[in-house]
Design a protein around this ligand. Structure first.
Ligand SMILES: *Cc1c(COP(=O)(O)O)cnc(C)c1O
Ligand SMILES: [Zn+2]
Length: 500
């Protein structure tokens, strides 16, 4: 719809521009730093940072009901930079001018309702939110859209002509970072650090295809992360891991969308998310808190963080119910099918600790829960979800397994509805599906397939034919007729088809 066709009272709010100020806030010493620079850790104490926004002028007085109207009308607006995460411009990074915003088609992913089969199996109705339908096939694109828009803005402002982005990855950060950096190829190059053999071939092909420099390191993700932290502290590079707080801001759009898609009634929703480096659960809590404080939503949803027993430091931390007695201890990870979340020392743990207590405090009751699931439960859930019409990756399976566990443990009540994060596209993780179907998991994964779901292609070779079609050599006449007849008969017998 054209701008002049919108109701007059909403028009002035629809196309936003920069206003107010943003600043980095240290979670350690509580120091505050100007946002017009690239900071990943606190310059005074080395603590982890979050970004905050101080609005000025009119924005301060906007009420929840008007925000809802603004977002709902913006849905109908055909202005490219406002099509993705920046529909919620004022709640993301309202210092970036629209002309600096990078939009590659990310965000506004569908909520797909589970069918009756799945609902019965899990015990409650739920939706998958299909984050695999983002441009690089994972939710990481939400954060990259914000981080790269900021870099684009900063480069223009500070006249930076060459910029090198860098990240460590379990596969999807590198795919996303390389894609968004490639869009800005005229002044940007990207480097990605990957744990050798610990990402799938599909994920490896993504940064290669985007033209990134791909470096494979020994060890696991946690080792790559340490190296990348060292590089970003000592050298002039732009870090794209979720330690970069601009990433967190972009990922908050996930919460805003859930709120909007349920007409801002999320008090009865249970938002389930797998945890790896803990950037995503940080963003989800922070996003709902912002909407709650601005009265965009009257109530915040329940949140359930899920970890595999092979990489569960956050779950273990919260096993202790008495907060002063809690003590964070990194774990040594074991091989996990939820490979994108196979992280033993999550960078965002200080953010999680802060936000969980703030979230529970704002709700006046415990609203954030953690569960752990086995590798077997993750794989079974993914296979079952996908044989019921979904496209969930292994981490999406982890969400479903976690939701089932929460239902069984009584953490969720009958009147609630699940919203499960299917964090990436299943095709990135087809190697795990293949191992399941062929019973090919190495023992350390501890996964035994349920044979009921085993699925491999059947080769159809009808007997008694002297000629078969070959590529470039089609059959003709009687030969072709005999081939069609014999092959159809063979298939009919295999499928036990009845004659019409
Ligand atoms: C990155 C990732 C995760 C884990 O998210 P964190 O923000 O690191 O906790 C889960 N699933 C997929 C598919 C991912 O790419
Ligand atoms: Zn500090």
């Amino acid at each position: 719809m054209k701008l002049n066709e919108f109701p007059e009272d909403i028009r002035e709010y629809l196309v936003p521009g920069p206003s107010g100020t943003m600043f980095y806030r240290c979670l350690g010493c509580r120091g505050i730093f100007d946002s017009d620079s690239l900071l990943y850790t606190c310059p005074s104490c080395g603590g982890i940072l979050m970004l905050s926004y101080e609005p000025t002028g009119e924005i301060r007085g906007i009420e929840g009901s008007l925000w809802r109207k603004i977002f709902d009308y913006r849905r109908m607006l055909n202005i490219s930079p406002l099509k993705g995460i920046f529909r919620y411009y004022e709640f993301i990074a309202p210092v970036i001018p629209l002309e600096s915003i990078i939009y590659l088609g990310e965000a506004h992913t569908p909520l797909v309702m589970a069918n009756k089969n799945l609902e019965e199996l899990v015990g409650l109705p739920f939706y998958f939110k299909n984050e695999g339908l983002n441009p690089s096939l994972s939710f990481k694109d939400r954060g990259m859209a914000c981080a790269l828009s900021f870099l684009n803005y900063l480069a223009k402002k500070k006249n930076i002509k060459n910029l090198l982005t860098i990240c460590a990855s379990t596969g999807d950060t590198s795919a996303s970072g390389a894609l968004y950096s490639a869009y800005l190829t005229n002044f940007m190059k990207s480097v990605v650090l990957l744990p050798k053999g610990k990402i799938t071939l599909e994920q490896l092909s993504q940064p290669l295809g985007s033209g990134a420099t791909v470096l494979e390191l020994p060890g696991v993700f946690d080792d790559c992360m340490k190296v990348v932290e060292e590089l970003s502290e000592k050298y002039n590079v732009a870090l794209l891991n979720s330690k970069n707080s601009w990433r967190i801001l972009g990922q908050e759009s996930y919460s805003f969308e859930i709120a909007q898609d349920f007409d801002y009634q999320v008090g009865d929703k249970v938002v389930v998310v797998p945890i790896g480096n803990a950037g995503n659960i940080t963003a989800i809590m922070s996003g709902f808190l912002k909407f709650l404080k601005a009265n965009v939503i009257p109530e915040a949803p329940k949140i359930i963080g899920v970890q595999s027993t092979h990489a569960d430091p956050v779950y273990r931390y919260y096993l202790e119910s008495d907060p002063p007695k809690r003590h964070f201890k990194p774990v040594t990870v074991k091989p996990s099918v939820a490979q994108a979340a196979m992280i033993g020392n999550p960078v965002s743990m200080p953010r999680v600790i802060d936000l969980v207590s703030e979230y529970n405090g704002a709700a006046g009751q415990k609203r954030v829960f953690f569960v752990s699931v086995t590798e077997q439960e993750i794989m079974d859930a993914m296979i079952i979800a996908n044989t019921n019409g979904h496209i969930a990756c292994t981490q999406g399976g982890e969400s479903m397994a976690g939701f089932m566990k929460a239902v069984n443990q009584g953490l969720v009540s009958k009147s609630e509805l699940g919203v499960l994060n299917a964090t990436a596209h299943v095709l990135k993780f087809s190697s795990f599906q293949e191992m399941y179907f062929s019973n090919g998991f190495p023992p350390e994964f501890e996964v035994k397939p349920n044979r009921k779901f085993g699925n491999t292609p059947l080769s159809i070779e009808p007997a008694g034919l002297d000629k078969l079609p070959e590529p470039g050599k089609p059959l003709q006449g009687k030969d072709l007729e005999r081939f069609i007849e014999a092959t159809a008969a063979k298939i009919a017998s295999i499928l036990d088809l009845k004659k019409r």
